[in-house]
Design a protein around this ligand. Structure first.
Ligand code: FPP
Length: 235
């Protein structure tokens, strides 16, 4: 990529369009998720290569449980397959976190994600956040609850709560700000993704379906991001 490009420090991706990709090919929707998972691996490695510091991918939302049970099961089983070898990233320097409410996940999945977090916690490369049973509103409620507990235990006074205190209870505390949120597949919605973090994110929407998404598409999104003037409320 050309030198003058601004590489976003943190990118959020809504990996959308798997079902439509499969339908177009006369395949079951789950085939789209399988291809989507391969693309996720490729794009993660590419992000590290071009110098992105953190990547957050929306793998399963708090609302996705309302899909047919067979599809939920297929996504969870696909996840299990990938968790076996830490998404194929063993030996790579990624620090892998899982964000979202994990208590609703199956015990074997919880065990695996804790193990992956533990083994990768001292890695110094790309921070990869995999959003699983994640909802932006749910994350905000969690943070509010944690702050409530801090008040009760006398650690903080209500009037001392500021944005930094709130931020410290979000799942991405201490990580670079989310500079760019990317949604392929033609939809232009945030869908409960990174609601706190997206306050000043740039949004890039693209028509490509996620299973067709390539590093060249990411380059295109970064070029668009680079050309934007970020004012953060100033002039
Ligand atoms: C959105 O496409 C995709 C999902 C709800 C699941 C995302 C899952 C993966 C990419 C694979 C599993 C992930 C990992 C990390 C192993 P959609 O089904 O809503 O597509 P549609 O809008 O075309 O129906």
């Amino acid at each position: 990529m050309a030198e003058e490009l601004h590489i976003p420090r943190h990118i959020g991706i809504i990996m959308d369009g798997n079902g439509r990709w499969a339908k177009k090919r006369g395949l079951p929707r789950t085939a789209g998720h399988t291809k989507g998972a391969e693309v996720f691996q490729k794009i993660t490695r590419y992000c590290e290569k071009i110098g992105v510091k953190a990547l957050t991918v929306y793998a399963f939302s708090t609302e996705n449980w309302s899909r047919p049970q067979s599809e939920v099961d297929a996504i969870m089983n696909l996840l299990r397959r990938y968790l076996k070898d830490a998404f194929g990233f063993k030996g790579e320097n990624f620090k892998i976190n899982f964000i979202g409410e994990r208590s609703r996940l199956a015990p074997d999945i919880i065990e695996k994600i804790e193990e992956i977090e533990e083994t990768s916690k001292n890695n110094t490369g790309l921070i990869l956040n995999v959003a699983l049973n994640y909802g932006g509103r749910d994350e905000i409620v969690h943070a509010a609850r944690s702050l409530g507990r801090e008040i009760l235990s006398g650690k903080i006074k209500p009037e001392e709560i500021d944005e930094a205190a709130f931020e410290s209870f979000t799942y991405t505390a201490g990580q670079p700000p989310v500079d760019l949120i990317l949604r392929p597949s033609g939809e232009q919605r945030i869908s409960n993704f990174l609601l706190w973090q997206c306050a000043y994110s740039e949004f890039v929407y693209m028509d490509t379906l996620w299973p067709d998404f390539t590093p060249a598409d990411l380059d295109r999104a970064i070029r668009e991001y680079s050309g934007r003037q970020r004012r953060f409320g100033g002039i």
